[in-house]
Design a protein around this ligand. Structure first.
Ligand SMILES: [Zn+2]
Length: 434
């Protein structure tokens, strides 16, 4: 032990110094290569370390300093967390999470594209397929001359946009089959191009004008953050087709929707669905196209399946004998598909199906509800909806002034963190008239 004192003179500085000695391990190269018996040791002071007597390291922060750093961190982050928790703001409302990983690049001004208006059509026209600057609002209008597919191609719409349009108008008009020569199509969309090569085209508004009728769809995000397409008056374009009775061969309605005396408890309560008496094992169908939200037991309901038809509409099937083998949460089901079989599970006096239709969580009467269902903007939110969509309606009206192919391109400013469909500032306009 005498050699340790000889190797490191700092050993004498005992005041405020901790000495930690350890034995050399067989794998310690320094110990093996040395002829002298140098044993590893460590000396720790308030602001330095001596290891193996070879390195002198000044410790970056002392215990005291690290506490201050922690305190400052807490003092600065806690008020922010408190604000996020108490205010109506949320991380998702401040940042569009889908865009956080993408880096928008600044739009390139097309220098050779003349700024003009529809009143000055005598300009030379660039090719409609010219690549566009990064962040644009594109409004395009065309009259169908030969076929719908050709009109769409002329308008420069992608196959993905076409399928999105068909989806938006699904249940209202069949774009592939119902559009004829002379009909008109108008689409307003936002196009974002990102460094990673990702391109996003967001349809903000669309109009299909046939000989008989004009159909309009406006993209709208409500105050809860839900986005859907609506008519200019705030009605949903999605029609939800549902069965009033999602089973064949039921014998009778054993208990209707509404107030009733419970057959077991004898207490008066509100019956939130309709009971269809049917033989044990009768197949139960999906009431409409949906996503499976729940499969399992729910107290007095017994075995239950819940289907989600839209974010606002669900159907519930209770007292089931068993579930269809392949049904599990998250599955997509189509109207009429077998999801389960009639039984008597839970609190039930005989084999029957308890069927509920809920809208915004409120039970509706399956026998009387107006079908197909449309989910519209609530009356109290309509004024806000009108304000938010006013600009799109005005743009659709403007585009309809021309009977030929028109394309308006507006460059928009997009912050990397906040992308809102309405936050556009027009700095460049390109009109094409054919
Ligand atoms: Zn019931």
């Amino acid at each position: 032990m005498q050699s340790k004192k000889n190797v490191n003179p700092l050993f004498r500085l005992k005041k405020n110094i901790n000495c930690v000695f350890s034995q050399p391990s067989s794998s310690n190269r320094m110990a093996r290569s040395s002829h002298r018996s140098v044993k590893p040791f460590k000396i720790k002071g308030n602001n330095f370390n001596v290891e193996y007597g070879l390195h002198l390291k000044v410790q970056p922060t002392t215990w005291f300093n690290s506490k201050i750093v922690l305190l400052i961190t807490l003092l600065t982050t806690l008020p922010l967390l408190w604000w996020l928790n108490n205010s109506s703001a949320s991380i998702s409302s401040v940042f569009d999470s889908s865009l956080l990983h993408k880096t928008p690049i600044t739009g390139v001004i097309i220098s050779n594209v003349p700024t003009s208006s529809t009143t000055n059509p005598g300009i030379s026209l660039p090719d409609i397929t010219t690549p566009l600057p990064s962040h644009l609002r594109v409004s395009v209008h065309a009259k169908v001359e030969t076929s719908f597919a050709i009109a769409v191609k002329k308008m420069g719409l992608s196959a993905h946009q076409l399928s999105k349009l068909s989806q938006i108008f699904k249940g209202t008009i069949d774009l592939a089959n119902d559009i004829k020569s002379g009909d008109q199509l108008t689409v307003i969309y936002e196009q974002h191009k990102f460094k990673e090569g990702v391109e996003e085209r967001l349809i903000l508004a669309a109009e299909v004008a046939t000989q008989d009728q004009v159909y309009r769809a406006l993209r709208y995000t409500d105050l809860t953050g839900y986005t859907d397409y609506y008519t200019p008056t705030g009605n949903s374009l999605h029609k939800i087709s549902l069965f009033r009775a999602p089973l064949e061969d039921f014998t009778r309605i054993s208990s209707p929707f509404g107030k009733r005396r419970h057959p077991i408890s004898r207490r008066t309560h509100f019956h939130t669905g309709t009971d269809y008496a049917a033989k044990w094992g009768t197949p139960v169908f999906a009431g409409g196209d949906a996503t499976v939200q729940f499969v399992g037991r729910k107290g007095g309901y017994g075995k239950v399946v819940i289907l989600e038809h839209s974010h606002r509409v669900t159907t519930l099937y209770a007292h089931l004998a068993k579930f269809f083998t392949d049904i599990s949460v998250g599955d997509e089901v189509i109207k009429g598909q077998i999801i389960a079989y009639v039984g008597q599970s839970g609190r039930a006096t005989g084999s029957h199906l308890h069927y509920e239709i809920r809208m915004d969580g409120e039970p509706q009467n399956p026998e009387e509800i107006k079908l197909p269902l449309t989910t519209s903007i609530a009356k109290e939110d309509r004024a806000y909806f009108m304000i938010k969509t006013r600009q799109l309606v005005a743009q659709l009206n403007d585009l309809n002034q021309t009977a030929t192919l028109t394309r308006v391109v507006e460059k928009i400013h997009v912050s990397p963190k906040i992308v809102k469909s309405t936050s556009s500032v027009s700095v460049l306009k390109q009109h094409l008239i054919q």
